[in-house]
Design a protein around this ligand. Sequence first.
Ligand code: SAH
Length: 346
Amino acid sequence: MTELAFKLLKEKKLSQKEYKNLISTYTAEDADVLAKEACRIRDEVYGKKVFIRGLIEISNICKNDCYYCGIRKSNAHCVRYRLTHEEILECCEEGYKLGFRTFVLQGGEDGYYTDDILCGIVSDIKKRYPDCAVTLSLGERTYESYLALFNAGADRYLLRHETADTEHYSRLHPKELTFENRMRCLNDLRDIGYQVGAGFMVGSPYQTVDHIAKDLCFIQDFKPDMCGIGPFIPHKDTPFGDFSGGSADLTCFLLSVIRIIHPCVLLPATTALGTVSEDGRERGILSGANVVMPNLSPASVRKKYQLYNNKLSDGAESAQCLQQLKERVALTGCEITVDRGDVKKG
Ligand code: SAH
């Protein structure tokens, strides 16, 4: 084992410079040892359980033009859709029967969903399923909007920070989107009382090991309740279509590091990880992840929510195939549970 991996095992924290060196020099043995420690910590905090979230992709209409994202406004090839209030409730009904106790409403920044409309949807879901958590993942909104949604019953909010480096942030986004506003949103969400999710893509264009080291320091400091990390996967109809994608190995290694430095975090084995590697989901869990988010969107729209090419939405990635997912998760020695799966505060 290298010295830095040993230091991380012992001290559960490194400096930015040390993270950079660790990421640049880690060996297969380091990855193995850190994964085992990450699983031990996860089991100690949450048990050998994997929480499931039903992911409902409510709209692929977006006013933003993020260079990496397939549903960016400028992608004229994207066939747009938006789910109605009723359709979203039908997804929840089906999900509830399947055993989901968290519904994640994700989408582009679609101006149709005003606070009034969204609050109506959230409060209806909470009225019908008071034992369920509602997670929103709808991008940047105002403090007042986040507050109204929280008061309507939303429990959690996912907003990846994408990169903790301001300069890198500006290479991934057009100038209207700023790192400062992303941070403002994350801080607002936390102040209001949400369980907050951050996260980043591994191997995004122009990303360096320094940037990843900064991401780890950000996670160490901000301590998000959830942290979504997955490999960048190019989408051909975006400005980043010709870049190469991120690796499953590095993603898994970072999942282990994050579990070790932030034991209570809810850590998904993401769809992107399952997309780049056939057994990515299982490998994510064996690296310390404890959440999976199968797709609960209506079958007719699933292929249209193409954040990146070849995005999985069937098989074990589909809420309807929960049995298949259960069997695959069981191979890791963990078990899927019917539970809201709230964060444990350390
Ligand atoms: N509009 C919402 C939801 C974005 S989609 C928001 O701003 O939060 C959810 C996540 O998918 C993004 O945060 C991004 O990290 C990831 N994503 C987008 N395009 C991707 C790509 N090409 N490869 C991998 N992940 C991608």
